[in-house]
Ligand binder design. Structure first.
Ligand code: NAD
Length: 351
């Protein structure tokens, strides 16, 4: 049976990758790609699908309840996959209001519209699903050697971003327990891959090396994250939609912990190797250190740490692995190579 999906935040990093992934994996399903196109949204990320008769783009805000309701009803949506969010921790420190608005109020507006569409009078839609995409940051920061976050972990969000995501997780849970909305939630670790806005660490380093700009590293670079290739994340969500238990939460991770400085150094090594073997790169990116035989390592610059910077996140993905047969396919090496190749081949997108 084919589905009719509403994908919020579909022009953002993970949302766009999810739309590409889903269109290929489930070619008979209809998708409404819904996005307000904030600074983080880029419609060009969906360009290659623009002629698909099964994809509709809606330029709107999730806080606009009437619009969400209209779209859900017009397109007979039976599945919501909710990515839309303000997602950059640094921005949440300097301007938390928008995070509360989109992540909390916006999620609530979607939940209300889903309830009205699927559980309203005489409109019971069996098999509906509201899947909420959240973050491991809701669990707070891990001490060295502590086991990874599991689904029963206490919530201890430390930034306005993670607090707003935690609030949205609770609202999703409450709509299940109070109204019987069929929900699932996934909390995932740091994603990387194509279509990633160059304000986040990996795309920032790649594009700054190509432009010959500094590679800023917070503090001493010892903060640890668990990196997940975005396509592996999309497959994890697919498994949860297909086989996940309604009302449950699944943690999705890459079992791949790296500290920030080592990642930056690895990217410098990969880029140096690219420039050493491909002379065309020096012509295309003449400001890059590799264009004049220098190393990208020279660009590493330590900057003042951000306020309340969580030291370590790591995911225990045991539940989705044992319960739903999930396993990440990409190693960090293969995933980073695919990512680098994508940025080298899609200069127009990131420029
Ligand atoms: P992103 O910032 O790249 O994209 C967010 C998208 O949402 C953008 O296209 C933006 O235009 C859209 N948007 C923002 N506010 C909106 C609103 N009010 N109405 C409609 N659209 C709006 O984010 P991302 O990295 O793709 O993250 C997607 C989801 O995954 C988020 O919920 C985030 O919390 C979660 N997550 C991300 C990561 C990661 O590593 N990127 C890790 C864990 C969880």
């Amino acid at each position: 049976m084919s589905r009719s999906l509403l994908v919020t935040g579909a022009a953002g990093f993970i949302g766009a990758n999810f739309v590409h992934y889903w269109s290929a994996a489930h070619p008979r399903d209809r998708i409404v790609a819904y996005d307000a196109l904030t600074y983080a949204g880029n419609l060009a990320s969906l360009n290659s699908l623009r002629n698909s008769p099964l994809l509709t783009f809606v330029h709107a805000n999730i806080c606009d309840y009437d619009r969400v309701l209209q779209v859900m009803q017009d397109h007979a949506v039976d599945t919501v996959v909710h990515f839309a969010a303000e997602s950059h921790v640094d921005r949440s420190i300097t301007g938390p209001d928008e995070f509360i608005q989109t992540n909390v109020v916006g999620t609530h507006s979607l939940l209300k519209a889903a309830r009205e569409t699927w559980l309203g009078p005489q409109r019971e839609v069996p098999g509906h699903r509201f899947h909420h995409v959240s973050t491991d940051e809701v669990y707070g920061s891990l001490a060295p050697g502590a086991p990874g976050f599991h689904e029963e972990q206490k919530y201890e969000p430390n930034s306005p971003y993670s607090a707003s995501k935690a609030a949205s997780d609770h609202l999703v849970r409450a709509y299940h327990h109070t109204y019987g909305l069929q929900v699932t939630t996934s909390n995932c670790s740091n994603n990387y891959g194509p279509y990633h806005f160059p304000e986040k660490l990996i795309p920032l380093c790649i594009t700054n090396i190509l432009r010959g700009l500094p590679l800023p590293v917070y503090g001493d670079g010892s903060n640890i994250r668990d990196w997940l290739y975005v396509e592996d994340h999309c497959r994890g969500i697919d498994l949860v939609l297909a086989h996940g238990e309604v009302g449950q939460t699944y943690n999705i991770g890459g079992n791949n912990e790296w500290n920030n400085l080592d990642i930056v150094k690895l990217l410098c090594d990969l880029m140096d190797a690219h420039f050493a073997t491909d002379p065309v790169l020096a012509e295309r990116f003449s400001a890059a250190p590799g264009a004049t035989g220098k190393s990208a390592h020279d660009l590493i610059t330590f900057v003042e740490d951000r306020a309340g910077h969580d030291w370590r996140y790591a995911i225990d993905a045991g539940k989705i692995m044992a319960g739903l047969g999930y396993a990440p396919r990409e190693s960090f090496e293969t995933g980073l190579r695919r990512t680098l190749d994508w940025y080298l081949g899609n200069e127009r997108w990131w420029q």
